[in-house]
Design a protein around this ligand. Structure first.
Ligand SMILES: O=C(O)c1ccccc1N[C@@H]1O[C@H](COP(=O)(O)O)[C@@H](O)[C@H]1O
Length: 217
């Protein structure tokens, strides 16, 4: 049993090529201006063009938006044919954007306790991470983890990714503790904000599979 990996916050062609070569299932492009990983639609188009499309074995393209309007998403989709929208918004807005764009939608959820975990949904998936805190200028990409034990008995209503504070050093333990089948990382595989490290991506993917082997025998 394998754990699927998303590498988020790509800003450079060489980094998205490394993700493709190393077998990341998803690559994330951040369209939130407050993020150090924010990219323009033109940059996103260049990154998209640098690796094979999913139909030819390339990674699925995930676009990350914080409280977007329909026009925000449409503007990006005119430049890049994203496969999935990762949204930081309320569930009604997410359903509206799913219906109007025809794209798959993952809703990001900050989790403080088991009651925060969803049990039924119209979403295609969830990104489960640490809750935002007062003073944060963005709701993710902060290298902050949460209690991975909260998800180990969860009967998730849709596929989900574990995110927040994952690194090459802790991802195997995170998989084992949370029982997740997919992991999502941004700051944990960077040399500096927005600048990915190929060596860290390689180690992260390798160690996530070690966690999968120990968990799903
Ligand atoms: O990466 C960002 O800058 C970002 C900005 C706004 C919302 C989410 C963001 N990143 C996502 O946050 C999680 C965890 O990131 P990290 O590994 O702790 O740095 C992940 O889903 C990123 O896609």
């Amino acid at each position: 049993m394998k754990v699927d990996v998303k590498i988020c916050g790509l800003t450079r062609v060489e980094d998205i090529k490394a993700c493709d070569a190393l077998g990341a299932r998803w690559v994330g492009l951040v369209f939130h201006p407050a993020s150090p990983r924010f990219i323009s639609p033109e940059c996103a188009a260049a990154l998209h063009a640098a690796v094979p499309p999913p139909a030819q074995g390339g990674p699925l393209r995930v676009g990350l938006f914080v409280r977007p309007t329909y026009m925000d998403v449409l503007t990006i989709l005119r430049h890049v044919p994203l496969d999935i929208l990762q949204l930081y918004t309320d569930e009604n807005t997410a359903i509206h954007l799913k219906n109007t764009t025809g794209k798959q939608v993952w809703l990001a959820r900050g989790i403080s306790n088991k009651e925060d975990l969803p049990h039924s949904t119209a979403m295609d998936g969830y990104v489960i991470e640490a809750p935002a805190q007062t003073g944060d200028n963005r709701p993710g990409g902060l290298g902050r983890s949460f209690d991975w034990k909260l998800t180990d008995q969860w009967h998730a209503p849709a596929p989900w990714l574990l995110a927040g504070g994952l690194t090459p050093d802790n991802v195997a333990k995170a998989v084992f503790t949370s029982k997740t089948r997919a992991v999502d990382v941004s700051s944990g595989v960077e040399d500096s904000p927005g600048i990915k490290s190929t060596a860290k991506i390689r180690a992260f993917i390798k160690n996530s599979q070690k966690g999968a082997c120990a968990t799903f025998k």
